[in-house]
Design a protein around this ligand. Sequence first.
Ligand SMILES: [Zn+2]
Length: 191
Amino acid sequence: MLIGIGFLTTVITACLGIAMLRIVEPGPNERTLTIHGLYDEAGHLLTALVLAVGLRALQLPIPIWSVLAGGILLDVGHILIQLDFSEPITGSSRNGTHSLVIVAVVACAGFIDQRRANLWLGFALGALSHLWRDMGTGSVPLLWPISDQVWATSFTRYLLGLLAMALVMVGSGTLIAIHEHASRSHNRESA
Ligand SMILES: [Zn+2]
């Protein structure tokens, strides 16, 4: 139960942090690309942290660092665009790296590198959180290379959706932990 409160506090603090970043970030005319990048990556790390805490609450053996790394992995795409190796998809500032297909490829690496399948899952889930945030702050070509269509939602929906998902995960994990604790005490008493 106490652990559940720790998870809950981390989730709420991280979500407040995401909202704060949005409020304090200088407007598009007052910031350089680097400044925007720093705010954006901080937002991605906090988003991935919220998901990682939810996974931890569910007692899944996925290291938090792998989800955080996955949370910023796809922005290699921005570096490729800056270096002129790649072009953004029409209607978006992102290229094909920001696609569910790429996330699926990352996840599938776990079928090959089986001993580290949990890490590949962490990278893939972190990358999924990245796409969700980018849909809240812009648009992403979710189905590239099958389709060039770009997908978006609002910042409010992104943040509330993230919070709701984490609350469901932490709540579920806490109930399972309570169940296990109660079953253990029951078994001990009846032994
Ligand atoms: Zn991105």
